[in-house]
Ligand binder design. Sequence first.
Ligand code: MRU
Length: 346
Amino acid sequence: MNTIYPVVWSNNKVLLIDQTYLPSQYTLVEISRYEDMAKAIKTMIVRGAPAIGVAAAYGMYLGAKETNTKDREIFLKKLEEVAETLRQTRPTAVNLFWAISRMLKTAYETLGTVEEIKTILLETAQKIQAEDLQTCQDIGQNSLEILPKNPDKLSILTHCNAGALATAGYGTALGVIRSVWTAGRLKRVYADETRPRLQGAKLTAWECVQEQIPVTVISDNMAAHCMQKGLIDMVVVGADRIAENGDTANKIGTYGVAVIAKMHNIPFYVAAPLSTVDFSLENGELIPIEERDPSELSTIGNTIIYPDGVDYYNPAFDVTPAHLITGIITEQKTVKPEELIHLNPS
Ligand code: MRU
């Protein structure tokens, strides 16, 4: 049973698990100002698409709470500024923009005093959080229908962290793994280390250890070897943004895993809530890819590992084309990438 909640609303503040210190330290950070929330998202104290969405929703409420005005127009203008600050934090995970838009829409549609709008904004942030938790559990449940029949106990490879820490709780890809474990069908998780930020080694492995789910960490360049040796029965990854045609942006390295899974005839699934689907984008080429500081690549701990004079390229995400994806597991059902369009709510 998962008890990891990366974002908690408590005593008029948000408590975040500081994911930059895991697994060596479990530290909570108190956030009571929206600018600090923006900073926490940017510096990856909180990370993972759905968790960023939940954090941003609370950030919107904190920004609303900080305003003193009783004038609706001035209040809404300030809220737009808060939204813009939060939007500038990270470009790829669409849940950020989705949650901010939902909070803004709520504010505009609420008639009443500024105080009443603030109250409804807090309720909406809490709702976004509760819905995401339920969504992850539904994704986990739906995954049980698409598991390969053989072998009875599956070894599942995952990349990055799409666990409780990356969502409101439970997780998307790791939520699937949790459900498969609870159903007695899991043999072992293979967690790609996930260079350069090591979300697989530091976060996915930590979550598995908390719940005694058997986990083997491998460096990213070992995945092909493990597949060739017959150690992997299935791959499940999360997503940061999925285009309408099913092309999926996820942590850098995911595309390579999908290519080698195809080569070895291993099913490759994406597990994600519909809030991660950007139906406004026709295909994955249109997904903005975040580029991060080169020091993430060139430094391990305090040691510089590259010689002076080399160039760097540090994209944080890549796009897996839809034709490499066996299915997308959502809270409604599992669909082939080309069927995703039928789940468009609007
Ligand atoms: O850069 P991060 O750590 O915020 O990366 C996001 C992720 O954790 C993932 O790519 C994940 O698979 C999707 S979020 C459930």
